[in-house]
Design a protein around this ligand. Structure first.
Ligand code: E4P
Length: 217
């Protein structure tokens, strides 16, 4: 399983990129709004940092296929690595079909069932984004959905990649990897938590103490 970072915060993207663990970025209208910056500007800056797929979503207020197609073409022009993120609706599927036929990569988002993922894949989506945390929030096991989609895609020989989204904590990451996600898109705070273990800290302290006892500072 590969990692993308799920944020529009440039400093966090730089930190994760410097660690060498991410190979892409996902954003959404809420994450862009949180930064309070012009969409095109922030996306272009992200593209100058990470050399991999960058998902930029159509405006939350655009709900018709024609509008999404128009915006999708503009997003694709920002950088060759751009992926157009489209919501999972009938209109979104139409836009996905059209943009795919134009050679533009797509990420169909807000996936909450295996059927939605299957439809998006058949409409030509490069990626599907099932949201596990938001399912867990309503007492539905999100990782079961990832496993279901992975199994169906395997049976049907579908090449669309599964991005496990709405990842909230390190256990989600392990569970997604075991469930067969191709990618997990993870907030920086979760990536940082994944690096930590008390025995690692204790081990470093002991190595330092033993070394200093014999060789000094
Ligand atoms: C996915 O691409 C979304 O940006 C994101 O993972 C949503 O996460 P949330 O449910 O924590 O907002």
């Amino acid at each position: 399983m590969k990692f993308f970072i799920d944020t529009a915060k440039v400093e966090d993207i730089k930190k994760a990129n410097d660690m060498g663990v991410i190979c892409g970025v996902t954003t959404n209208p809420s994450l862009i709004a949180k930064e309070g910056r012009v969409f095109e500007e922030v996306i272009a800056e992200i593209a100058s940092i990470v050399d991999g797929p960058i998902s930029g979503e159509v405006k939350a207020t655009t709900t018709d296929a024609e509008g999404m197609i128009k915006e999708g073409r503009e997003i694709a022009k920002i950088h060759p690595n751009m992926v157009v993120k489209i919501p999972m609706t009938v209109e979104g599927l139409k836009a996905c079909k059209q943009l795919t036929s134009e050679g533009i990569k797509t990420n169909v988002t807000l996936i909450f069932t295996a059927n939605q993922a299957l439809l998006a894949a058949r409409a030509g989506a490069t990626y599907v984004s099932p949201f596990l945390g938001r399912l867990d929030d309503i007492s539905v096991r999100g990782t079961d959905l990832i496993a279901e989609i992975a199994e169906i895609f395997k049976i049907a020989g579908i090449k669309t990649e599964i991005i496990a989204a709405s990842v909230r904590h390190p256990m989600h990451v392990t569970d997604c990897a075991l469930a067969g996600a191709d990618i997990a898109t993870v907030p920086y705070a979760v990536i940082e938590k994944m690096t930590e273990h008390p025995l690692t800290d204790a081990g470093i302290e002991k190595f330092q103490a033993d070394y200093k006892a014999v060789f000094g500072e």
